[in-house]
Design a protein around this ligand. Structure first.
Ligand SMILES: [Zn+2]
Length: 243
């Protein structure tokens, strides 16, 4: 079935690009990861081996089941926090892609009681509030803050609920979407929205987007999601050629 093989290869290519884009845009560094559900086997997902996202190639992409276990390890080491991905795919059949990052601007909103919410149309998908995962509630007072097992992953997925984005207190965030393009957009623009919200808070009370405005803006941006994706992809390609 050449068609199926080609579409699978294209999915892996997009996953590799997403790794590079998220690093180029300052969302991941040596840490953080992005995964996509296997379009032909919905009970599986694709995720790079444990490595810095900027250096991921097609050969580094592994396949996992929904228990977070690799089915084609071939000696490759998996990310400790792969259970973030497996338990979200289990809980959310609508989710096709997941980003976990430690991007810095969103972190203050997970630790202060000031809620991350849409302040500009590009962050419309954030809506009126962002859930916060409290690891102490699921893992007790002395974890190392990492999602090291299925139990913690399932608790994180419960905190996410039906939302597109969630904060992990004192750690980072997760973005989910219906495609690699959408989840990359969300990871990048949640960070942008957080920077804008912090700047605005220094000036005075914020006139936030309403629920209706946020939903309308989300739909408008989703309709042109190829445009930022093509830009981000061309930037990492140019960078690759220069090196
Ligand atoms: Zn992490």
């Amino acid at each position: 079935m050449p068609v199926r093989r080609n579409s699978h290869a294209a999915l892996i290519d997009d996953l590799v690009s997403a790794n590079h884009i998220l690093c180029a845009e300052g969302i991941v560094d040596g840490f953080g990861h992005v995964s996509v559900r296997d379009e032909t086997h919905p009970e599986r997902f694709l995720l790079a081996r444990s490595m810095a996202p900027a250096t991921v190639t097609v050969r580094d992409v592994m396949t996992f089941d929904l228990d977070g276990e690799p089915i084609d390890a071939k000696g490759r080491k998996a990310y400790v926090e792969r259970f973030i991905h497996s338990e979200i795919y289990r809980a959310r059949p609508d989710v096709q892609a997941v980003v976990h990052s430690h991007s810095p601007a969103v972190i203050p909103f997970g630790i202060t009681g000031t809620n991350l919410r849409a302040v500009s149309h590009m962050g419309g998908f954030l809506g009126l509030s962002t859930p916060i995962f409290e690891i102490r509630a699921a893992g007790g007072p002395a974890t190392d803050m990492l999602i090291r097992n299925r139990t913690l992953g399932a608790a994180l997925a419960r905190s996410l609920g039906a939302s597109p984005y969630a904060l992990m207190r004192g750690h980072g965030s997760i973005a989910v979407g219906d495609s690699i393009k959408q989840v990359v957009y969300r990871a990048i623009y949640a960070e942008v929205n957080a920077r804008l919200q912090m700047e605005a808070l220094r000036l005075g009370p914020i006139n936030y987007l309403t629920a209706e405005e946020a939903l309308g803006a989300m739909r408008a941006n989703d309709a042109v999601i190829d445009r930022p994706w093509d830009l981000w992809k061309s930037k990492v390609r140019k960078r690759g050629r220069r090196n």
